[in-house]
Design a protein around this ligand. Structure first.
Ligand SMILES: NC(=O)c1ccc[n+]([C@@H]2O[C@H](COP(=O)([O-])OP(=O)(O)OC[C@H]3O[C@@H](n4cnc5c(N)ncnc54)[C@H](OP(=O)(O)O)[C@@H]3O)[C@@H](O)[C@H]2O)c1
Length: 263
């Protein structure tokens, strides 16, 4: 199936590693011109070089912290300066810290809001003029299964990511007349550096092996394993494509069946 992504211009944020990187790779593979960003410049350059070497595609790296509005503005401006416009935006950021209600101050809540909500608001604000004028746009927000089924010790993620779903649904209704489609993906447990680190910590704390902890996590997943980042990226790439032309305002879990609710 030709996804119609050749020469489309895409920004994927928080993409030197993990889910963001997998999305960038997937889009480059389909012929899109892709801009990646992260805070650590060395890691970012390594990722850009690796993708260029393996896929020989058009990829640009711009150091940016998505919590800083100036960086977000510069990211979008540099993309337009280099590639002329933006067709696709994949919003992603680091995750807020784990913990319970009692663990967090106002400052922690504000930081999580800035990281996972305001970054999305500002990125969308900056790309919209280009998408509106060309009457074509795809926005895909990477959220989490926590928007459909809370995880006990992730109160910041459970709460703040819901506002991204509300934002996306509202904008989907208002932007449809410009042919701008906006959707969310909700990854379940996916084997990225972040999750590897969590598993390693748990293994250290409990005296279990990495494999034992991983298997315990997988017990709650009907498919019986954690996801590969590429499995999330495949859905994002499809939503970014011409072929996803009648899907907007939805949240698609990519969780191996982990969410137990019907809707
Ligand atoms: N993996 C999972 O199972 C899973 C499940 C549900 C939801 N999620 C969510 O998906 C997101 C990505 O997770 P991941 O597992 O791919 O994490 P990861 O492997 O740790 O990768 C995170 C990437 O984001 C970049 N980043 C972090 N904070 C940033 C910021 N403020 N500005 C720009 N770039 C930033 C990191 O680079 P720098 O550190 O250099 O900036 C890195 O490239 C997180 O929000 C996570 O909570 C993950």
């Amino acid at each position: 199936m030709d996804l119609g992504l050749k020469d489309k211009v895409a920004i994927v944020t928080a993409s030197s590693k993990g889910l963001g990187k997998a999305c960038a790779v997937g889009l480059v593979r389909e012929g899109a011109k892709v801009v990646i960003c992260a805070r650590n410049e060395d890691e970012l350059e390594k990722t850009k070089d690796e993708i260029k070497r393996n896929l020989n595609g058009e990829i640009l790296s711009i150091r940016a912290d998505v919590t800083k509005y100036e960086d977000v503005k510069n990211l979008v401006k540099s993309t337009v300066d280099n590639f002329g416009t933006v067709h696709i935006l994949v919003t992603n950021a680091g995750g807020p810290p784990a913990g319970y209600f009692e663990n967090f101050s106002d400052d922690d809540w504000n930081k999580a809001f800035n990281l996972n909500f305001m970054s999305t608001v500002r990125l969308i604000r900056e790309v919209l003029p280009y998408m509106k004028s060309q009457k074509w746009g795809r926005i895909i927000n990477i959220t989490s299964v926590t928007v459909r089924q809370p995880i006990d010790n992730l109160i910041l993620s459970n709460s703040i990511r819901m506002s991204v779903v509300g934002l996306a649904k509202t904008l989907a209704l208002q932007l449809a007349r410009y042919n701008i489609l906006i959707n969310n993906v909700a990854p379940g447990y996916t084997l990225t550096d972040r999750v590897r680190f969590v598993i390693e910590q748990q293994a250290k704390n409990t005296g279990k092996t990495f494999e034992q902890v991983k298997e315990e996590l997988a017990k709650d997943i009907p498919l019986g394993r954690l996801a590969d980042p590429e499995e999330l990226a495949n859905v994002v790439v499809f939503l970014a494509s011409e072929k996803a032309s009648y899907i907007t305002g939805v949240t698609i879990p990519v969780d191996g069946g982990w969410i137990k609710g019907v809707f």
